[in-house]
Design a protein around this ligand. Structure first.
Ligand SMILES: Cc1ncc(COP(=O)(O)O)c(C=O)c1O
Length: 439
């Protein structure tokens, strides 16, 4: 980084004395940031400031956890107002009913809601519920989809050389981590996404053994890859026809692409939806929801899901404020999110075309990613692994830091628009990108 980041460097050296890679997740460390990460001090609206006083337009927004932006006044007021009544009661509270009612009013099919703290907990519980209710061990998970760091999901999510995964008709399972339960992946069937033949074959080959298919509605952990026309509906049909549950992981897309997430936007009905990042206004709030008869499986811990921190008092007040803001004025927030997302994407496309840069921009409304590639489109994980220059993207993102723009430095992640972004933020970002690509 060529702008002044001396304090970040010093903090990183200090952090190494007590923390692995100087932080709490590999994605916040050298793997994504090179020599040392920027230490961020605070955020407000669409902006963040690092410890050296540099200001950035933030398009990463805590990996998508802030649809309203940083420190939205309603969320701040909700948290500060609630704090004096205690942060956690771990007992039944009225505020959790209110948040569940807000979610039930927005998310199709959310007849019953259960709160957790992270997307990982939510998807883990959803799979357990599906297995428990269907009495079957296996589930289908797609290549390049990330559902959190639970053992059973950690396969074929990290980009590798495209040939490493073998033929698409019989994907080689590559575990994403050491230390997994040795048998954790035995019941995980891995299938290429956006491929009708592949899902049909997997269902036939494993007839009677599959409890659920779990899918992201839009791939958001391998850049941004939308479903092909009709693909989510096809998943719905195949699962319904074969008595298999469909779990839609809306951790990223929920409360972002539409009030009812991908179910609403792509007109598809899931049996269970999971949500996370978009709910808590930055507080750790996640959960899952679905048909009452299915969710009833959680009763008395029959399918066990516990959690001391579930529906924390502060988290629930923040979530209520966040969801109310998103719903306000006929859910006008979503029109703004789409407008900002589309304006930024068309500006970027125009710039790349004018400058002759081999890059494309893929988006679904407010979620977008720039991919350095000669291809016109990337439609799946294998295409991403084979054709996207991940190193070029990382250098591009680091250079943007020097120009006051903060996009996720990982090509496998994405950028998001928030309610606080303005058209000025878009034009400043485009000006910064123009400088970076022209020299
Ligand atoms: C689609 C999806 N599901 C689940 C998760 C896990 O969420 P968390 O990081 O809150 O555990 C993520 C996180 O990025 C995600 O993108």
């Amino acid at each position: 980084m060529s702008h002044g980041t001396k304090k970040s460097k010093a903090l990183f050296e200090r952090a190494l004395g007590v923390m692995v890679e100087g932080g709490s997740s590999p994605s916040r460390g050298p793997a994504n940031y090179g020599d040392y990460p920027l230490f961020i001090e605070r955020g407000s609206g669409s902006r963040i400031w690092d410890v050296d006083g540099n200001e950035y337009i933030d398009w990463m927004l805590a990996y998508g956890a802030l649809p309203l932006g940083h420190a939205h006044p309603s969320v701040v007021e909700a948290i500060t107002g609630a704090a004096s009544g205690g942060s956690l009661l771990a007992a039944a509270t009225e505020i959790e009913i209110e948040v569940a009612e807000l979610i039930a009013g927005m998310v199709p099919g959310a007849e019953r809601v259960r709160f957790a703290n992270t997307g990982t907990e939510a998807t883990m519980a959803a799979i357990r519920l599906a297995r428990g209710m269907m009495g079957r061990p296996k589930f289908i998970k797609f290549e390049g989809h990330y559902h959190g760091w639970y053992d059973d999901f950690l396969v074929n999510s990290h980009p590798q050389s495209a040939v490493a995964f073998g033929h698409r008709n019989d994907p080689i399972k590559i575990a994403d981590s050491s230390g997994l339960n040795r048998r954790a992946l035995d019941d995980t069937i891995v299938v290429p996404w956006n491929d009708a033949t592949a899902i049909e074959r997997a269902v036939i080959d494993n007839r009677g053994q599959i409890a659920a298919v779990i899918t992201e509605g839009v791939m958001a952990n391998i850049g941004v890859i939308p479903p092909q026309d009709g693909y989510l509906k096809l998943l719905r049909e195949i699962t319904r026809d074969n008595d298999i549950l469909l779990i839609l992981d809306e951790t990223v897309t929920g409360f972002r692409v539409a009030p009812g997430g991908c179910q609403e936007y792509f007109d598809v009905e899931a049996d269970i939806v999971t949500f996370g990042k978009g709910v808590g206004g930055g507080m750790p709030v996640a959960g899952f929801a679905g048909r009452a008869d299915l969710m009833q499986g959680l009763e008395w811990g029959g399918v066990l899901h516990y959690g001391t921190q579930n529906a924390s008092r502060l988290g629930m007040f923040a979530a209520a404020a966040n969801l109310r803001e998103l719903n306000k004025d006929g859910a006008a927030a979503f029109t703004h999110l789409w407008d900002i997302g589309e304006t930024l994407c068309s500006g970027l496309r125009e710039l790349f075309a004018t400058e002759g840069t081999a890059a494309i921009v893929q988006n679904v409304g407010p979620m977008l990613q720039i991919m350095f590639t000669e291809q016109e489109r990337i439609t799946d994980f294998r295409g991403f692994c084979a054709h996207v220059d991940r190193v070029a993207y990382q250098h591009f993102a680091w250079k943007l830091f020097d120009h006051g723009v903060y996009m996720s430095p990982s090509s496998a992640l994405h950028s998001v628009a928030c309610v606080a972004h303005t058209k000025n933020d878009v034009s400043s970002t485009l000006a910064a990108v123009a400088e970076v690509i022209s020299g």
